[in-house]
Design a protein around this ligand. Structure first.
Ligand code: GRF
Length: 228
């Protein structure tokens, strides 16, 4: 069965669009069962609707992190999924939120894309930070998340060059093109083969189960955490 995904977004949604396009073109064996946004105005929600994907706009305005995350968990408990895919989600997820997504191998079932070659330039505005630093080569990282921001086991990295005459805009555009190709490709690898974390890696050495047998187990864990 296809990989079942929930995608978290906050803004433009170009990565969500690339994922949905890859699914439609059968380059990615997956289904997006829900798109969650903390910004009800996010363009990404329109993209989801255009593809007939259910959406949950859960504004964080006026809510504490805990209150907001409880609402998000409540929405997730209605959905089956193997992984949460972060695609420009601009909120930090608390350790409390992450807990139900811990795989029995010790990894959270949450994947992120970050526009730098981590561990360089974590955090916001990574394109700008890398460009202003004057890097000659930058890149994109897809990784499993952990409790730290833009940190966790790296699943794939793809580099791109800063060319003479580049502006921040052309540099960013080149990087985004890499993102849009890389994210669906990595997700499809996971759909086919699961995740192998290489040995000799500070994040441990293991295999992450490709499928949530898990889906049921996850739902139970989310329910427990919502009810707590
Ligand atoms: C991308 O650059 C992604 O790597 C970063 O946030 C941006 C989101 O862009 N995490 P979009 O909303 O997918 O267009």
């Amino acid at each position: 069965m296809s990989l079942q995904l929930v995608v978290f977004v906050s803004g433009r949604g170009s990565n969500l669009e690339a994922i949905l396009k890859a699914i439609a073109e059968r380059r990615l064996d997956a289904r997006v069962n829900l798109v969650v946004s903390n910004d009800p105005q996010a363009k990404a929600l329109d993209i989801a609707r255009e593809h007939n994907v259910p959406t949950a706009a859960i504004s964080n305005q006026g809510l504490s992190r805990k209150e907001h995350e409880e609402k998000v968990l409540a929405a997730l408990k209605e959905v089956d999924f193997d992984f949460i895919v972060l695609a420009g989600y601009m909120r930090i997820l608390s350790a409390e939120f992450l807990r139900p997504f811990l795989d029995r191998r010790g990894y959270y079932r949450i994947i992120n894309i970050h526009p730098s070659l981590l561990p360089a330039f974590p955090g916001k505005n990574a394109y700008e930070l890398a460009f202003n630093y004057g890097v000659k080569i930058s890149g994109i990282t897809v990784h499993l998340i952990d409790e730290q921001v833009d940190h966790g086991a790296i699943l794939a990295q793809e580099s791109f060059q800063r060319l003479p005459g580049d502006t921040l805009e052309t540099f960013t555009r080149r990087g985004l093109a890499v993102e849009h190709e890389l994210y669906p490709r990595v997700l499809n690898e996971i759909a086919k083969h699961g995740i192998e974390i290489a040995s000799g890696n500070t994040h441990g050495n293991s295999t992450v189960e490709p499928k949530a047998e898990l889906a049921a187990e996850l739902t139970t864990k989310i329910k427990e955490s919502v009810e707590r």
